[in-house]
Structure formats: C-alpha cells, structure tokens
Design a protein around this ligand. Sequence first.
Ligand code: FAD
Length: 227
Amino acid sequence: MEVTGTSKREAAKGLTHRVREIRELSPSAYVLQMERGGLEFEPGQYINVGPQDSIAMREYSVYSGKDDDFLEVLIKEVEGGLVSRALRRVRVGDSVAVEGPFGFFLTDPEERARGRYLFIASGTGISPFHSLVRSYPEIDYTLLHGVRTLSERYEREAYDPARTIACLSREAGGDFSGRVTDYLREHPVDPASLCYLCGNCDMIYESFDILRSQGVAGSHLFAEVYF
Ligand SMILES: Cc1cc2nc3c(=O)[nH]c(=O)nc-3n(C[C@H](O)[C@H](O)[C@H](O)COP(=O)(O)OP(=O)(O)OC[C@H]3O[C@@H](n4cnc5c(N)ncnc54)[C@H](O)[C@@H]3O)c2cc1C
C-alpha cells in the first residue's frame, strides 16, 4: 500500500522511535540518532523526546537534515536534569518516545534564496542551524557559536570554516576569545542580515539589544529560547 506524507506523519505521531546510533560529542553532549519513522519536519522545528518507560519529555531541536532517512537530536546532559540524563542511559536498539514536530523557528524559502543569514548559537543552540545547513547547503550564512571549551564546538566540520566563528569564553584556540556578545560588539553586523538566535535567554536578550543598537530591525530578529 502506498503511504502518503500525511498518513506517514500521523503514523509517527506520539510513537516510539528505535535508536540507531549514539555519538558522544563531548563529556556531556551526545547525538541520539533514531529511525525517522515517517516524521516530516522543517529545519528549525523541535520534537518532544523522552524515555519510553516515563511520561517525562523535553523539547529538542531537530539536528538532522530534512532529507536524511534518520532523525537526530543533540542533547547536553544537564547536571541534576531529569530527561537529559535519562536519555543518556538509552542504548542502541532501545526505543524512545517522540512527539511533534512543533515550533516556528523557520526560514522562508524566498529569503533562503536571496537573504544573508547571521546564525547566533550558544552551546547546543547550534542544533537548528546544523539542520538548516545540512538541509540547504547553498544558504548564505555566518555562524557565531558561543561555547566555553573547544570540545563544545560540536561537529564543526559540518559547517563551512569560512562562515563559522567559534567564540570561546574559557579556553584559547577558538576563532575568537570571548562571548558571542563580545564578538558582536567588536564586529557590527550588516543591518540587512536576517539574525537567528538560539540558546540560553541571557545570550539572546543581550544579543538582541546589541543587534538593535546596530540598526537591525525587529522584523529581522528571530529567536528560539532553550532555558
Ligand atoms: C524549543 C526548545 C528546544 C530545545 N532544544 C534543545 C536541544 O536541541 N538540545 C538540548 O540539549 N536542549 C534543548 N532544549 C532544552 C531541553 O528541552 C531541556 O530543558 C534540557 O534537556 C534539560 O532537561 P532535563 O529534564 O534534563 O532538566 P530539568 O530537570 O527539566 O531541569 C534542570 C534545569 O536545567 C536547566 N537547563 C535546561 N537546559 C540547560 C542547558 N542546556 N544547560 C544548562 N542548564 C539547562 C533548566 O532551566 C532547569 O533549571 C530545548 C528547549 C526548548 C524550549
């Protein structure tokens, strides 16, 4: 029987997805790769994921590309956290509960063809940008990634080195020493840039103020707050 996009999607809703692969990216961050299970999404959206034997779920941006035959999320294990730690105990072959996709942290097809993007991420906030760059490799972007240490530049080979600036706040060896907000103050942006920000709210609010003071219109600012 031919399975349509809609019925594939409905079949995936609220179902469990088998884990195919787990990649350890740093002492506290990992990628959970699951079977796609017909789940359709737009880069920038998130899914709810949780252990199969628990009702607890949390939001995770989709990390994989829209044409991949698998579904991935990048998770940082939070100290004392319920779900991020429980998911760390999942093994290949186990299943996890998945709902979604949800969210409106999206890019417009016309703007992708002609716009210049500034992606600003802190930590695992790089996840939606990984999905975007993997799905639309032709996109014109600059990626600012704010991390504390070199090990947190998760899978940096996925991005064009000429377009990527790792801002390291606690270790030398990145492209810039300091926070993304320090970088923005020292390198004013082109106000025509479409600015997408993702990660912790302190970084996002401070960056918003800097970008607004540099002439970026509110209509060019988009944010996904993780915590
Ligand atoms: C739309 C959306 C998308 C998200 N996408 C991702 C993602 O792609 N990858 C990812 O790792 N997380 C992501 N998060 C955060 C995620 O949903 C959980 O909040 C996180 O995994 C902690 O859940 P927990 O159950 O382990 O901790 P909880 O038991 O729920 O809470 C522990 C504490 O940790 C804080 N916290 C949450 N995230 C972090 C963090 N990264 N670093 C430090 N403290 C934190 C919370 O504010 C809370 O105070 C996203 C959140 C939202 C709202």
